[in-house]
Design a protein around this ligand. Structure first.
Ligand SMILES: *Cc1c(COP(=O)(O)O)cnc(C)c1O
Length: 386
């Protein structure tokens, strides 16, 4: 049997957890009205786009979202048979690549649509993006009649086939009253704009506005798709807010102890000498650093699980290594497993906790685990995993 576990560091991706998360989330949607559209952009939020796509496809998913043409082509070449929607702007130069690979693009403006139609030699399937208050891209919904006229114009362009319309919420992950009202207003603006376009005869197979947060906190079955991202991976859109579905993190980050030594009073550890021992301390070094995507901002403010116990990080996190104080953990030795994200016995460190500690969101932590960290797939039915 080949050794599938690289011994420096690995991101373990638990396909069993991913499957449970998907089933729980699907059960939450009003079946027959809202279809799950699995968002696997950014390499499936760092978890592996093809592996996750294959899993969801086996579970019956036939709609996937990515953020650019390359990601869409990866899915198609990797065996995706369902719809693939590029959520963000893409170059009109990609027009024929999209139609040849049956990929759906998003048009972000009338000009974008016109350029696309001009470059295309056959019709490109598109969804129209509506800006209802995210302030990023999209046709404005401030005046529904103007939106309707522009949508009708786009629908009449020769090489464009309009199939859908969607918007994106800015504060769906907040339960603060003014934010809830803002989201509700975005939705009303969107529905008004879509209705006005339909009165002009524009037909949309899909109209959608749910992301993970909106699905969890303000589910509305009028959205024909739920663009589920972060919750599929077992993280919450806002760490502090409970969600009504039981999910569990899919990614763990594991490494090993490379070296153990005792330092004495006055000895310092790592660059900048930010840690100086106040007495005898046992220090374990692990071969993971910020080049693996572990945030350097967490220097002196992080923990690892070793032998089922918590160890505090000491000194600056280096590019390829970091150090932990294991004085209080008996018998730590080189080769011991170290959990930086995930569970060891009864102790857990979540990506969300790391994110909180450095002032960001769990999304950035999992997306940031770098490409040099091998992904190891466990717990799935996939014969190539485990
Ligand atoms: C990334 C993205 C999503 C998924 O967001 P989550 O918060 O991860 O659910 C949905 N819609 C759009 C337009 C996106 O860009």
């Amino acid at each position: 049997m080949k050794n599938e576990f690289p011994n420096r560091i690995r991101a373990e991706i638990d396909l069993g957890a991913a499957e449970k998360n998907f089933n729980a989330l699907k059960g939450f949607l009003y079946d027959g009205f809202t279809k799950p559209a699995c968002v696997v952009k950014a390499d499936g939020y760092g978890h592996g786009d093809l592996q996750l796509m294959s899993l969801y496809q086996r579970l019956g998913v036939d709609f996937f979202c990515v953020s650019n043409t390359n990601e869409a082509l990866r899915l198609r070449d990797g065996g995706c048979t369902g719809d693939i929607l590029i959520l963000s702007w893409f170059s009109p130069d990609d027009a024929d690549v999209l139609s040849e690979n049956n990929i759906i693009g998003t048009v972000v403006s009338r000009e974008h649509a016109a350029a696309l139609s001009g470059k295309a030699s056959k019709p490109v399937r598109v969804h129209i993006k509506v800006d209802t208050g995210m302030g990023r891209v999209g046709l404005t919904a401030d005046d529904p009649e103007q939106f309707a006229a522009e949508a009708a114009e786009i629908a009449s362009m020769p090489n464009i086939s309009v199939e859908g319309v969607f918007t994106h919420f800015a504060v769906a992950d907040s339960r603060v009253e003014s934010d809830v009202a803002y989201t509700e207003n975005q939705k009303l603006k969107f529905l008004d704009a879509v209705n006005a376009a339909e009165r002009l005869g524009v037909r949309f197979k899909h109209m959608h506005f749910l992301n993970s947060a909106a699905t969890m906190y303000s589910y509305d079955s009028r959205s024909t798709l739920a663009r589920l991202g972060i919750v599929l991976y077992g993280l919450r859109p806002a760490y502090s807010l409970h969600i009504p579905v039981a999910i569990e993190p899919v990614m763990s980050l594991k490494t090993v102890v490379s070296h153990v030594k005792t330092v004495h009073k006055g000895d310092s550890v790592s660059y900048g000498r930010t840690f100086t021992a106040d007495g005898d301390r046992v220090i374990a070094t692990v071969p993971c650093g910020y080049a693996d995507g572990y945030p350097r901002l967490l220097s002196g403010n992080c923990e690892a699980l070793i032998r089922g116990k918590r160890a505090k990080g000491v000194g600056k996190i280096c590019m390829d290594q970091m150090m932990f104080d294991v004085t209080k953990i008996d018998g730590v030795s080189a080769g011991d497993e170290v959990t930086l994200i995930g569970r060891d016995g009864s102790e857990v460190i979540s990506a969300d906790v790391l994110a909180e500690a450095c002032g960001t969101i769990g999304y950035e932590i999992v997306c940031g685990i770098s490409k040099r960290v091998p992904r190891v797939y466990i717990g799935g039915d996939d014969p190539e995993a485990d």
